[in-house]
Each structure stands twice: as C-alpha cells, then as structure tokens.
Ligand binder design. Structure first.
Ligand code: URP
Ligand code: ZN
Ligand code: ZN
Length: 468
C-alpha cells in the first residue's frame, strides 16, 4: 500500500518544511517537493495542515489496580482515546507484584494489552519488592524489550523502595544501560504527615496538599539525582510538579550528571485552589505529587522551553469521580470518608497534545518545533524508541498526525473518548486539533471516525535510552 500526503507542512523537532510525504507499507519512503502520485493507492490532501510525528506519551497507567480499585481506562479505551488526541505510541507502567519477579510484572501487563491494543506501546516496570533478587534481575528486562525501570520514593508500605535498593538498582541499571525513573517524594514524611492530619480529623480533599509539600519533592529529587551521580545511572524523574524540584534538576544538569525530567499536562492547569473548593470536588485533582501553585506552572513552562525539562507526559491514571454506579468502576468516591483513601491520579491521555499546543505554541511559550520535541521526539530518544518512532524521516514508522492549526474545539467529558466521567480540562477552548491519525501507514481515525481494528497495536521492544 502506497499513500501520498500532499501539500502539508512537515514539522519535526528541528525543522518546518513544506513537503509531500510518501508512505510505503508501514514506513516513510520519501519526503520532498511535488512528489509524483504515480502508482500511489491513496492521495491525502493536507493543504493547510501540519504533519507532525505521532505523539508519544511516556507515562500512562492503563488497567492498573491502585487505591482499592482499578483505573477506569483499560488498554482499549485508553489507547483509542489517545489516538483521537493524536498520540500513536505510549509507554505504560507494569508493576512488580508482591512475591513476583520484574519479568512476571511485564508479562502480566503484556497480557492486559494483547488483543486490546490499537496504538503501539511499550512497558516500563516498577520495582516494588526491595530485595537483591529483584535488583539482580534488572538486566533480564532487556530481553523483554524493557529499558526503563521505575522506583518509587513514595507510597510507603506499598511501592516505596529504600535508598539502599535505589542505590543498588541504579548501579545495575548503569552497567546495563537501563534508564531509572523515579517518583520523587519523601514517602516517610508523607506517611508521618498523613497520620498527623488524619488523627486531627483533617479529612477533606484539600488536606492531601498538606501531606505532600513541595519541599519533600525537591528533597527526593536531589536524593535521586545524587544517587545517579554516584552510580553513573541515567535518571529520568517522572511527573515533576514544582519550581523547587526543577531547581534541583537544573543543578544536576549544570553539574553534568546524566539526569533529565518530565512534567505532566495537569501541573500547568490545575492548582491548589482547585483542590480547596468546598465539598468533595477537589478529589478529582488528588495525585502524587499534588497539583501546585500558578508560579510552579510558570517555572515548568520555562523549564520545558529552556531544556531543563525534556518531556511532557500525562501520567494518565483515570478514576471516575462518581464511580461504583451505572456500570462505572469505583473511583474517587472511595475517599469520601478521608482524603487519604482517594485513588491518586488524573486522566488526560487524550488531551495532552491540543492542550499543550494551544497554551504553549499559540501563546508563544514554546516553539512549534519544541512542542514536537517534548511530546514526541525527546520521548522517543529517552525511551529507546528513536528513530523508529518520534520523527518524520525516511525509514521511520509512518506515525503521522494531520493537525489543523485553525480548528477550534471546546474540551468536554461529554465528547471525549476516555472511559472516565470527568475531564481535567472541561470547558477549555483550544485552537489547533488533530484531524487524522496515521499509525504505521494506516489511518486509524479520521475526522472523528474510528477505523482501527482492536488488537492491531504492536508491542515495541525498546533499547538504548538516551539522556538529552
Ligand atoms: O497520582 C499519580 N501520579 N498516580 C499514578 C501513580 C504514579 O505515582 O505515577
Ligand atoms: Zn509516580
Ligand atoms: Zn504515574
């Protein structure tokens, strides 16, 4: 099958050029001016459209048991929603199970995706059993196509690993070119603060904020960066939320350590005040690290623009606001008796690209090429997917989004495709929207019409993560 996309503007992380793109089978075959349509099966007219590499979301949680329930989105609903938003690949977190191995965790998550996948995907695995058996198993992940390992410095008593395990895991990861990803918050302090707040009867959603201060995110970030410096590990800090943590990252990078970081869409748009509203509504925004202040969002935008941070993810972890009724999976309502029982997480796998484009590119906070870098190219490089994914280049997978820079939409849970009953960006008006998503040469959605088969998404083996 040969497809020719004519008259569009190709945007990569480095260039913006008027060019036609010829796709042969699953790959980009040619990029150039006035390409011939001879022998081509389909010609797509992209006049007035931008052609960008499909979005790559480095941080999602689909079909994940967490907080006494399971995420609202499974692999089918979550990936389908991602595709409608222009994302063609994501890397999800498999969790090591109590008493299980890391590879068992990966295999378990592969089963969840198989037969349901509609876009391409990979897995990180979270080390949750702080034993030397787990640490010694880390190199085996490469055989599974997994080159990134998450360690939680938070969630004491559940996922948290101690500093000895973190240090040893980083040593092994460094020797085997495996990226270490850390959730940076001080889990001991969170546990102590939680106990104090609950004992004092402070149970409303807003007290979630008091248990997760910015200072302990900064402290854990510096700790992770320091351990990476000592071991030579490549470190990627996930979901960075505040100015103080960004300052630690800037310090580590200035020192020349092999460290980089991501932030998430919600930290630019959701704030402490959204959690402080009367009643239970604030539960929608309970996540770890928590939402912060507008001044933190400004610091994050600046860090994305000046390359202190390399990527923007969603940390898509959807829980219904009013779950457990009308066939909806239980969700945030589990925390009605106390904020510490609210399942942590915010949905957004569908929304990342247009929210970041409208508020970043249209407002002049980031360039169009930087937008492509932080939503696709840098992610592909950091996660060992490049150049198969993350760019429009001859030989790369033809994962292409046709983007209408003039199309205006209002975001709403009424029209989104995620299987969750609220949207973090409800009512936001955006200009610039994906109109056609192409995965490995095949159009999977086109002007709102879904054309992908369930199960056609592929697991992608990853290797050689890069520090950017
Ligand atoms: O609140 C969050 N971030 N939920 C997902 C789990 C994690 O820590 O990434
Ligand atoms: Zn985390
Ligand atoms: Zn997460």
């Amino acid at each position: 099958m040969k497809t020719l996309i004519k008259n569009g503007t190709v945007v990569t992380a480095s260039d913006t050029i008027k060019a036609d793109v010829l796709i042969e089978g699953e790959k980009v075959a040619l990029i150039g001016a006035n390409l011939s349509a001879d022998g081509v099966d389909e010609v797509i007219d992209a006049t007035g459209k931008l052609l960008m590499p499909g979005g790559i979301d480095p941080h999602t949680h689909l079909d994940m048991p967490f907080g006494g329930t399971v995420t609202a989105d499974d692999f089918y609903s979550g990936q389908r929603a991602a595709a409608f938003g222009g994302t063609t690949t994501h890397v999800d977190f498999a969790l090591q199970q109590p008493g299980g191995t890391l590879v068992d965790g990966v295999k378990m998550w592969k089963k969840k995706a198989e037969g349901n996948a509609v876009i391409d995907y990979g897995f990180h695995v979270a080390i949750t059993q702080p034993t030397m058996e787990s640490v010694n198993e880390i190199p085996k992940l490469l055989d599974e196509g997994v080159c990134s390992l998450k360690a939680f410095q938070a969630y004491k008593g559940a996922f948290m690993v101690d500093d000895t395990t973190l240090y040893k895991a980083m040593q092994v990861a460094a020797k085997n070119n495996i990226l270490v990803m850390t959730h940076c918050e001080n889990g001991d302090v969170i546990a102590a603060l939680t106990e104090e707040l609950v004992a004092a009867g402070k149970l409303d959603p807003k007290y979630h904020l008091d248990a997760h201060p910015a200072s302990i995110e900064a402290e854990a970030s510096l700790r992770a960066i320091s351990i990476a410096a000592e071991t030579g590990a490549k470190l990627y800090i996930v979901h960075m939320s505040c100015e103080e943590a960004v300052e630690m990252m800037a310090w580590g990078r200035a020192k020349g350590y092999t460290v980089m970081g991501e932030t998430c869409t919600q930290y630019m748009f959701k704030f402490e005040d959204d959690m402080k509203v009367p009643g239970f509504e604030g539960a929608k925004w309970a996540c770890g690290p928590p939402v912060r202040k507008p001044k933190d969002a400004e610091a994050l935008w600046k860090a994305l623009a000046d390359t202190t941070l390399q990527a923007v993810a969603t940390d898509h972890c959807s829980f219904n606001y009013e779950g457990g009724v009308d066939g909806r999976k239980p969700g945030k309502e589990l925390g009605k008796a106390g904020w510490h029982k609210i399942p942590n997480g915010i949905p957004g796998i569908e929304d990342r690209l247009y929210v970041m484009y409208h508020n970043g590119v249209n407002s002049g906070k980031i360039s169009l090429n930087r937008f492509v870098a932080i939503t696709s190219t840098n992610v592909a490089k950091a996660m060992g997917l490049y150049p198969k994914k993350g760019t429009i280049a001859v030989g790369s997978d033809a994962d292409i989004v046709l983007w209408d820079p003039n199309l205006e939409k209002t975001i709403s849970a009424k029209t989104h495709h995620m299987a969750v009953d609220y949207n973090a960006y409800e009512g936001m008006k955006v200009k610039g929207f994906p109109v056609r998503t192409i995965l490995r040469g095949k159009t999977i959605c086109n002007n709102g019409e879904w054309t992908q088969e369930k199960g056609a998404g592929q697991y992608i083996k990853r290797s050689n993560p890069e520090i950017l």
